[in-house]
Design a protein around this ligand. Structure first.
Ligand SMILES: Cc1ncc(COP(=O)(O)O)c(C=O)c1O
Length: 481
């Protein structure tokens, strides 16, 4: 067992570490069939672990067919595990990824610096006030005597009562009037986007993406082989005329019109009309990512682009993940019935449907008004947190930041004015923030090309108001004078 060091800090149990090491040696031929292994007593002494750990590892490998016992005692590598099998899953993946498809590599190769555990993480809600009692009661109720269709034949488009409840919810919360037959339940909005990319795009198709924009959306586009065309965003949102100049025949535009990611601004009405006119004229598709618009901070609501769509070119995506629990991974898609029919048929052949267990409980959660009540409470919480972050930033860096109005969501972007940008880049500022345990994302990483702005994406979902000033002071205190 040369080279075998047990990692006691790892989450992987010790017996699995021992088994994985032996399995890899067998698979890559270093332990050919018939090789006698050291006895469990000797091996455990060599590894510095208990004999029970080694015996458990052996048991696992017996059950997998890698080992067998020898008639007169001892353990040897089973003939079935001759090194003719495939090489072990490459443990050198970090350095040698030639075995991956080019598309997958292009997804992995995108540099992305983030820290979900940071108090300034952009998409992280505060779940401390989530009504877990109600949620667990509904889960229990819906599964104590489940309808057969919830267990066996859920539609690829989702649990019908949840589609109905979602249509009603969208009318109330987003003023989006749609029929339940135009709603599909998806594996959060990322899952919906990924399937839409595969459904709408062929390799090499051009797609408009916002510049700066949402990095994670680009991954699904790249995985589908799309050619990304960055289209600048100004204070009115996506510069449609520039998109038309750069790629008039793009197949798709992916946009965040209600509060642009990452800048936070709402797309002006004129731009929305230009975008729809372009799509209607050319037959392009528009994916409207409306994530977190439920968390609006003022009474006025920015209407969705979908509500202006008369020709069925807009596919609207939203998510319950952020407004409820991040691990819920349930979202929705609203599109024409013709689109949904093809979406559902294709989905039925790929991953069948979104996991069904939580869907009946979620339908009840919506129907009984729990989500609306929770949202009402959280809007106030997040509104106060946004205000506290703005106040702290303005007090700590007076006249050095510009904060575009951010009508909704869980983060804001603080743009560096020239005086600040001349002292520090956003990447340097981000780097410094990590050392105090307050990682903040740099705006420049949201660009595909050369960034024309510097700034920081300050998430406040999880940041209590009383902590905002203290933590931001720690970050900004490290900036050079
Ligand atoms: C702009 C934007 N769209 C979509 C999502 C993803 O939502 P989901 O968690 O539902 O996949 C995020 C997540 O942070 C986001 O920032």
């Amino acid at each position: 067992m040369a080279g075998m060091g047990l990692d006691r800090a790892s989450d992987l149990p010790l017996y699995q570490q021992v088994a994985a090491h032996l399995r890899n040696q067998i698979l890559d031929g270093r332990l050919p069939a018939g090789t006698k292994l050291l006895g469990s007593r000797k091996l455990s002494a060599e590894l510095g672990c208990s004999r029970a750990i080694v015996l458990t590892a052996f048991d696992l490998l017996y059950s997998e067919g890698y080992l067998r016992s020898v008639p007169r005692g001892g353990v040897e590598v089973a003939a079935a595990a001759r090194a003719s099998g495939p090489a072990a899953p490459p443990s050198t993946a970090a350095t040698d990824d030639q075995w991956l498809s080019q598309r997958w590599r292009s997804v992995l190769d995108t540099a992305y610096d983030f820290d979900l555990g940071s108090p300034f993480s952009t998409g992280t809600p505060d779940i401390s006030g989530f009504p877990f009692d109600v949620w667990s009661r509904l889960l229990r109720q819906t599964w104590s005597n489940p309808q057969r269709s919830a267990s066996f034949d859920m539609s690829p488009l989702g649990w019908q009562p949840l589609r109905e409840a979602t249509a009603e919810y969208l009318g109330t919360v987003r003023g989006l009037l749609c029929h339940p037959q135009e709603v599909a339940i998806t594996s959060a909005s990322s899952g919906a986007l990924d399937l839409c990319c595969r459904m709408l795009l062929d390799p090499g198709d051009e797609v408009w993406v916002e510049e700066p924009g949402f990095i994670e959306a680009r991954w699904s586009l790249k995985a589908a082989g799309a050619k990304l065309v960055p289209v600048p965003v100004d204070d009115q949102g996506l510069c449609v005329a520039e998109g038309i100049r750069r790629a008039p025949n793009a197949k798709l535009a992916v946009v965040t019109p209600s509060h642009q990611f990452p800048l936070g601004i709402a797309m002006g009405l004129e731009r929305r009309q230009e975008l729809l006119e372009w799509a209607n004229r050319t037959g392009a598709w528009i994916i409207e990512d409306d994530y977190n618009s439920e968390f609006r901070h003022r009474d006025s609501m920015t209407a969705s682009l979908k509500s202006l769509d008369r020709m069925g070119r807009v596919v609207y995506l939203g998510t319950f993940s952020k407004v409820m629990l991040p691990s819920l991974r349930i979202g929705y898609l609203v599109a024409s019935t013709q689109f949904l029919e093809a979406f559902g048929r294709g989905r039925g052949r790929i991953d069948v449907h979104t996991a069904g267990t939580a869907q009946p409980a979620l339908a009840e959660f919506l129907r009984q008004g729990h989500l609306l009540r929770y949202l009402r409470r959280m809007r106030k919480v997040y509104g106060d947190r946004q205000r506290a972050v703005i106040d702290a930033l303005q007090a700590l860096l007076p006249d050095e930041l510009e904060i575009p109005p951010t009508p909704a969501g869980l983060h804001l972007t603080a743009l560096f004015k020239p005086s600040l940008a001349s002292r520090i880049s956003d990447r340097e500022a981000s780097h410094l923030s990590r050392s105090s345990g307050n990682f903040i994302q740099p705006l420049s990483q949201c660009y595909l090309g050369e960034p024309d702005r510097q700034g920081l994406l300050v998430g406040y979902g999880r940041l209590p108001t009383e902590e905002a000033h203290r933590r931001l002071a720690q970050v900004i205190g490290a900036f050079p004078a």
